[in-house]
Design a protein around this ligand. Structure first.
Ligand code: AMP
Length: 126
């Protein structure tokens, strides 16, 4: 898998306003919205507005301003959802990358999951 960006991926369509989303928070360079198929009471996806395929693409190629903006929005979401450690009970932040990471949507996104015990980090399979 390369960093070649697919403009037709579903999050690109969300960013262009072509399909609806349940926005939780927005900043200059990032958007946070509820996962359409939530796996926990809190399941928010945070994405950069820029065209980054995966975590490693974003970490390597995004500007300092985009990275800072993204991280700050993640913190804002965790706090707003009541899962941040200052007031809440915690959460898990997950990002899947590429084939082995089983990434479905090829636009970088961080899952923020909380509101219940999220369980073991991985279910091991043979
Ligand atoms: P990943 O496997 O990490 O690429 O996760 C993709 C996530 O995007 C899944 O949890 C899906 O439920 C979620 N998803 C797919 N389409 C939408 C959509 N239109 N709005 C919100 N979440 C979506």
């Amino acid at each position: 898998m390369s960093y070649s960006y697919d403009d037709n991926n579903i999050f690109a369509k969300i960013l262009r306003g072509e399909i609806p989303n349940d926005t939780v928070a927005e900043s200059e360079h990032s958007l946070a919205f509820r996962d359409i198929s939530p796996k926990a009471p809190t399941h928010v996806l945070v994405i950069p507005k820029g065209k980054y395929v995966s975590f490693d693409d974003f970490a390597a190629n995004a500007s300092d301003a985009e990275i800072t903006d993204f991280m700050r929005l993640c913190a804002k979401v965790a706090k707003a959802e009541g899962v941040a450690l200052d007031e809440g009970n915690g959460f898990r932040a997950i990002t899947n990358a590429g084939n082995d990471g089983v990434q479905e949507v090829p636009h970088f996104h961080l899952h923020i999951l909380g509101g219940r015990n999220i369980g073991p980090m991985l279910l091991m399979r043979e």
